[in-house]
Design a protein around this ligand. Structure first.
Ligand code: ATP
Ligand code: MG
Length: 595
């Protein structure tokens, strides 16, 4: 059906929404694709819904081609299955929960592992039923701490989630590969550049996971790449651990006065002024910094821990949270530190921490975790737990130990890749897809077993695979837009061609209508700007804002039998005899769709 702008439910806006930081957000709102209903919650308007439908179609086709079958779960779910897996609490404040009139707990699902597991448990019981992959395209709810950038980080959003069920690890590996391959085809068809990176599995649990990131400086994820092909989300980077150092012959540690040295910078200055090294100056990398952090456990309890790391590195809270998920981490406040008399702010050292301050049942010291670079035999300047003093030459393994190591330090450009494939380079991206080999966590928690060939009950192994469908729409908008507005690829645009009737001449309007009708009859999707008494300038500007890939201008030139065809993305224009317009547009659309 030919869509006429005179009746299309659309108002374009001249002004940017006040909360919009990114072009895609600004433009999708201004061009009337979406409308904010509440923070992170959007209404889909006709143009937006058409793009969404096309993206969903691509995702659905590739899922079906990969052998997955579509189902559709409710978004409103009972508490019990999520209680059984621990996620009722592990999801923390991100979970939208509510009560029904009988005071029973419900949630709005953030993802559906539990429900898929139970559904398969309900209906299947034999190895012969497997492998199986199911999927849905459905609305998800997460009470994100910082909803952002319109559809990119919503509190209600659309996800394709698929789940695979296999009897053994080899089966899971095949299912995982099949989904991963399907993801490559999906993002290629959407025209979205992607990088596949190793990821942490977070609240999902499980063994192996990879993220598909759309690289863009405005992304919230940082990832690393090495020349030799290592790629990982910064949260998943394992530090390349140096070899232990032989510490025999090192002098004993010595406590020294270092007045007014509560920061690494002042400490290094004091060390060089008061206790210069003969061979070279002291640097921040010679110091061991002990950072007090407050962990909020999902059950509501709070714990202070201390992380020890080389003084030339900062704690990266996102990496630390990645390592401790679902725990939420914050720097400890002065009040929290003051409640622990052994912590002398600015002079905290290993002696009062972890196993160094006692062990066994009656241990009261804080947990102490070390950066993996603090290997046995390395020697440090660190706090001596008294105002104005530090200890020099404190040797890891000899003079102190810890409760374990933790990936808490920032990753820096030039750091070695853990697999020896060269120095790391850092970049930012937006996560558009995620594939997880979950293993047996959910099947174990919910009792999903099948009988194997020998009649023995075995626990099923699972994978879960998500695509951010509404986020992908915003990512495509972000990748393709320019200063003038949106600029959709042919396969995703709400309409293939925008036909503009400009001026006042009734002949122009009649001709534009005829062209639009003929194109529509050929299967071309046409948006016709037939709005009367609207200046050509406004129509041009709107066509640039709305972003159909082809714009056909029927206007003044018609008296000489000419129309103009514009390519929205390249800005290229060519004049055509009006009689050729339908054929030329039809051809251009078909070529673009085939490419
Ligand atoms: P993020 O790290 O961006 O919060 P996530 O790792 O929590 O995402 P998953 O649980 O892996 O997300 O969900 C699968 C996919 O759903 C993600 O790859 C992403 O594309 C999409 N997604 C997740 N959260 C949101 C959101 N708040 N708004 C829009 N899309 C989202
Ligand atoms: Mg993810």
């Amino acid at each position: 059906m030919l869509m006429r702008m005179s009746t299309l439910f659309l108002r374009t806006l001249r002004d940017d929404p006040v909360d919009a930081e990114l072009p895609s957000h600004r433009l999708l709102v201004r061009a009337g694709y979406i409308r904010r209903a509440a923070p992170g919650i959007y209404t889909w308007l006709p143009l937006g819904l058409r793009v969404l439908g096309k993206i969903e179609a691509v995702v659905r086709e590739e899922m079906v081609a990969a052998g997955a079958q579509e189902v559709h779960f409710p978004a409103l779910l009972p508490r019990e299955p999520y209680e059984a897996t621990g996620r009722w609490t592990d999801y923390g404040p991100n979970l939208f929960t509510l009560k029904d009139r009988r005071e029973n707990d419900y949630l709005l699902a953030p993802t559906h592992e539990e429900m898929f597991t139970l559904l398969v448990k309900d209906l299947y019981s034999s190895y012969k039923d497997l492998p199986l992959t199911l999927f849905q395209i459905q609305t998800k709810y997460r009470d994100e701490a910082r909803p952002r950038a319109g559809l990119l980080r919503g509190r209600e959003f659309i996800m394709k989630d698929a789940y695979s069920f296999d009897v053994d690890d080899a089966g899971l590996e095949r299912s995982y590969r099949t989904q991963r391959d399907a993801y490559e085809r999906i993002f290629t068809r959407l025209g979205l550049e992607y990088v596949i990176v190793a990821a942490t599995s977070g609240a999902m649990g499980g063994s192996r996971s990879e993220e598909f990131l759309f690289p863009t400086p405005s992304g919230e994820d940082t990832f690393v790449r090495s020349p030799g092909g290592y790629a990982a989300n910064v949260e998943a980077v394992r530090t390349a651990v140096p070899e232990p150092v032989d510490a025999t012959g090192l002098p004993p540690a010595e406590v020294r006065d270092t007045p007014d040295s509560t920061t690494i910078e002042t400490l290094v200055a004091q060390a060089n002024a008061l206790y210069p090294r003969p061979d070279r100056p002291w640097t921040a990398a010679d110091t061991l910094k002990n950072v007090v952090l407050s962990l909020a456990h999902p059950d509501g309890t709070e714990e202070l821990v201390v992380v020890g790391l080389p003084g030339d590195r900062e704690v990266d809270l996102k990496r630390l949270e990645g390592a401790l998920e679902p725990i939420v981490v914050a720097p400890a406040t002065d009040e929290q530190i003051a409640r622990r008399p052994e912590l002398v702010k600015g002079y905290i050292g290993p002696a009062v921490l972890g196993p160094n301050a006692g062990d066994g049942e009656d241990r009261t010291s804080l947990r102490y975790l070390l950066d993996p670079r603090v290997v046995p035999g390395t020697s440090w300047i660190t706090g001596a737990d008294a105002e104005g003093t530090h200890v020099f030459g404190l040797v890891a393994g000899r003079d102190f130990t810890a409760d374990g190591t933790i990936e808490a330090a920032e990753v820096r450009p030039g750091d070695p890749a853990p697999d020896g494939s060269g120095p790391l380079e850092l970049a930012r991206g937006i996560e558009i897809g995620h594939v997880f080999a979950l293993g047996r966590k959910y099947a174990d928690a919910l009792g999903l077993k099948v009988l194997d060939e020998n009649g023995k009950a075995v626990t099923v192994t699972m994978g879960s695979y998500g695509v951010g469908v509404s986020r992908a729409l915003a990512a495509v908008a972000e990748a393709t837009c320019d200063d003038l507005g949106l600029a959709w690829p042919m396969g995703l645009a709400p309409f293939h061609v925008h036909v503009l009737a400009t001026g006042k001449d009734p002949q122009v309007f009649a001709e534009a209508e005829r062209i639009g009708t003929e194109l529509t009859a050929q299967g071309v999707e046409v948006l016709l700007d037939d709005r009367p008494r609207m200046s050509a300038g406004v129509k041009f500007a709107d066509s640039e804002l709305l972003g159909m890939p082809l714009v056909l201008v029927v206007g003044r030139g018609l008296t000489e039998g000419k129309v103009e065809l514009r390519d929205r993305a390249t800005g290229e224009r060519r004049e055509l005899p009006v009689g050729d317009a339908v054929a030329a547009v039809g051809e251009a659309v078909r070529t673009a769709l085939a490419g």
